[in-house]
Design a protein around this ligand. Structure first.
Ligand SMILES: [Zn+2]
Ligand SMILES: [Zn+2]
Length: 127
């Protein structure tokens, strides 16, 4: 089981299933969310996600044409998950900004990013 929450602690989540897949997305919407970079995100069945707390909802149309609901803490703005109206059975957990600090067991991209960060630090230390 995975669990986590937002910055202020008003929202907590639990995920009680393994991810269907984990991917890096470079679409334009994800570049905005990731401050210019891609997002690393995992897809879960919607019934595996359990939320405690109040989420706000921002709806946009993705490059795919899907209507994406981005759910975030109404108090601190931390993005918690997203889902598309066209695929209600699946939720998307986006690990925005967490990939260098949390090595999730299924997140190969996170491990690569952390390795790159380690290399960058070691190069900087030699200067
Ligand atoms: Zn919060
Ligand atoms: Zn995307």
């Amino acid at each position: 089981m995975l669990s986590g929450g937002c910055l202020c602690g008003a929202v907590r989540y639990r995920i009680t299933a393994e991810p269907l897949m984990t991917r890096t997305c470079w679409c334009r919407v994800c570049q905005y969310i990731g401050a210019g970079s891609a997002t690393v995100n995992s897809l879960f069945t919607a019934d595996a996600l359990h939320i405690d707390g109040v989420l706000a909802d921002y709806v946009c149309v993705a490059d795919s044409g899907n209507h994406l609901h981005r759910r975030f803490c109404a108090q601190c703005g931390t993005h918690v998950y997203a889902h598309a109206e066209e695929r209600p059975q699946v939720v998307i957990q986006e690990w925005v900004g967490r990939r260098l600090y949390t090595r999730l067991p299924f997140d190969a991209v996170a491990a690569d990013a952390a390795a790159t960060a380690d290399l960058t630090r070691s190069v900087a230390a030699r200067r």
